[in-house]
Design a protein around this ligand. Sequence first.
Ligand code: COA
Length: 182
Amino acid sequence: MREFKEMTLETDRLSLVRIKGETHGEELNRVVCDTFESLEPWVPWAFKIPTVEDTINGLRLTTDNHNNYIFNIYLRENDHELIGNAKCVTIDKENCYELGYWLHQKHCGKGFTTECVQRLIKFARNELKASAAVMIINENNKASLRIADKTGFQFVRKILEDSYALRPEWKDRMNHYVQVLL
Ligand SMILES: CC(C)(COP(=O)(O)OP(=O)(O)OC[C@H]1O[C@@H](n2cnc3c(N)ncnc32)[C@H](O)[C@@H]1OP(=O)(O)O)[C@@H](O)C(=O)NCCC(=O)NCCS
């Protein structure tokens, strides 16, 4: 297993800081709890308000594999306020990464996530040498579908929700599987 390498990706307005559960779980938990209601309809793990330990353990499930990248999203201005989180993680398909994101609702509608995804695509292409990036987005999540569209993703197919272990009530929900070739 390769070593965990710290890194920060910059955009005009954002700093994306790579994290592990142990290093940033507590501050991330505060933002998750503060914006929980806006995450609950769309994010599988937001089925109950998490404790700090829940957040740290949840992050560890992903970041213990050092081929996965989770980034806290900070504003470069405003004293580096933490405003959300994004992922770029390995999936079964070779040389392909899945991207994901969420933002505190008070910072939505300002193009921050679009800016973040554009930077993640560049990172996946130039540094991970990935051949493709994919996202899985609920068919009713219009804001997220719009981000996919704006950042060059193409619709590939519809797929059934597969997180019903966490969200039994989502059993029949449909998602869009979208892809951008790098
Ligand atoms: C989805 C989310 C990340 C968007 O973040 P954001 O920073 O507001 O996104 P951006 O401002 O970069 O872009 C959003 C785009 O969607 C559009 N949009 C927002 N709500 C919309 C709606 N209900 N219908 C259609 N378009 C919508 C915005 O107008 C904007 O497009 P534009 O630039 O053409 O005007 C944020 O709302 C969020 O965290 N939601 C909860 C978690 C979530 O859904 N995560 C994604 C799971 S796949």
